[in-house]
Design a protein around this ligand. Structure first.
Ligand code: GRF
Length: 196
């Protein structure tokens, strides 16, 4: 089993998708062991508590040092960024090559990188007039949203869509499906590489 930590900042619907997937046996090689937020009031922490998971808040002072310490103490082997809104330094990220995933609410390379997060992504997609958008799960490297792509799922943009209605559709039809599937596959691959 790969002990897995989920980093969150907001509502935690992607975390919830992982919790629900684990509950139905959908993450056979990943053990959700820890949820960490950089925002004390993140509802995602409440979701973690309700699921019986350790839920930790880490403040801005020495954030990465404290995070590294906690991940090591808990024997974490896989880190999932799920609506996590802090950019991690290249130094930090380089220590997790192949073991850190992120979910982004567009079809990378569209609408990604600096400043593209949350509703802003969907506002940009609507402004550009794309007919298809979607979500991407990728490995995290030193370039924001620049790591190797693992899974993508396209979602139609419908007439009359608002950023909110589009975000909801992308979450329901893409994010909440892709993230559990990606965690399942990466955890399996890590397990196999550790046994080889
Ligand atoms: C949402 O914009 C989602 O598309 C993106 O992060 C934001 C918050 O997601 N992945 P969550 O509900 O906190 O998982």
């Amino acid at each position: 089993m790969v002990r897995t930590a989920v980093l969150v900042s907001g509502g935690g619907t992607n975390l919830q998708a992982l919790i629900d997937a684990a509950a139905r046996g959908g993450l056979p090689d990943a053990e959700l062991a820890l949820v960490v937020s950089n925002r004390e009031g993140a509802f995602a922490l409440e979701r973690a508590r309700r699921a019986g998971l350790e839920a930790a808040y880490i403040g801005p002072e020495g954030f990465e040092a404290r995070l590294s310490e906690l991940l090591a103490e808990r024997g974490i082997g896989l880190v999932v960024l799920a609506g996590f809104l802090r950019i991690l330094s290249p130094e930090f990220v380089s220590g997790w090559a192949g073991r850190m995933l992120n979910i982004h609410p567009s079809l990378i390379p569209a609408f990604c990188g600096e400043g593209y997060y949350g509703l802003r992504v969907h506002e940009a997609a609507l402004r550009r007039g794309v007919k298809l958008t979607g979500a991407t799960v990728h490995f995290v490297n030193e370039i924001p949203d620049g790591g190797e792509i693992i899974l993508q799922q396209a979602v139609p943009v419908l007439p009359g869509d608002t950023p909110e209605s589009l975000q909801r559709r992308v979450m329901e039809q893409a994010e909440w499906k892709l993230l559990p599937e990606a965690v399942k596959r990466v955890a399996r691959d890590i397990e196999r590489s550790e046994k080889a």
